[in-house]
Design a protein around this ligand. Structure first.
Ligand code: ITT
Length: 198
């Protein structure tokens, strides 16, 4: 094992996010894979890029520079096929501005409602290790919002594995069975346990 890989925290990772819903989803999925997680709020400037992987990488590098701890950052977005991938990397801004009703209006009368949630989880540590794990959830945009669980676009996204329900109608455990974030975090956890010599 190389030096710098043995952290005094065991299989603990810091998750830099301001989104408690993301953190709660991550806590459960990572626990299932033997990794503990602590939420860390670090004020970093989020760059704009067409690729969420690049946004997450820059945020992770900046955060490590600030706190000098092994950490993960996640960037996620909703990519709607009929809108050529919009809102994609601008999902957070679009959610805050036009919201669910704005997206539904853009899709009014549109037959193709295929969409994809994508998550990029980036690990970075003070030794300079940088890894990116991507997870995808395919599904469709519902005609109307349903459910009050979760956050963001959850009430209008029906995953293809469980099309009768939106993410907004699911518990965290159920959403984690199909979600982009859970898939990316599972890949991260498997790699991280190995990295730490589990
Ligand atoms: P961070 O502090 O981790 O950056 P954030 O909420 O700003 O939290 P993102 O920058 O990754 O997160 O923004 C992605 C946006 O995409 C988010 O605000 C939601 O509107 C939407 N989104 C991402 N993942 C989602 C999910 O699992 N369910 C619903 N909406 C999601």
């Amino acid at each position: 094992m190389q030096s710098g890989r043995k952290f005094p925290y065991g299989k603990l990772i810091f998750f830099v996010t301001g989104n408690i819903h993301k953190f709660n989803e991550a806590r459960r999925i990572l626990a299932e894979h033997g990794v503990s997680v602590a939420m860390l709020k670090v004020k970093t400037v989020e760059i704009q890029d067409n690729e969420i992987e690049n946004i997450a990488k820059m945020s992770a590098l900046n955060a490590v520079r600030e706190v000098n701890l092994p950490l993960i950052v996640e960037d996620a977005g909703l990519f709607i096929e009929a809108l050529n991938g919009f809102p994609g990397p601008f999902s957070s801004y679009v959610y805050r501005t036009i919201g669910l009703s704005g997206i539904l209006k853009l899709l009014d009368g549109v037959e193709n409602r295929r969409a994809q949630f994508k998550s990029a989880v980036v690990f970075c540590d003070p030794s300079g290790e940088l890894r990116c794990f991507v997870g995808i959830s395919n599904g469709r945009i519902a005609e109307k919002p349903r459910g009050t669980s979760g956050f963001g676009f959850d009430p209008i996204f029906e995953p293809e594995e469980q099309p009768a329900k939106t993410f907004g109608e699911m518990s965290i455990e159920e959403k984690n069975l199909f979600s982009h974030r859970a898939r990316a975090l599972k890949k991260f956890a498997e790699w991280y346990r190995n990295f730490l010599g589990a």
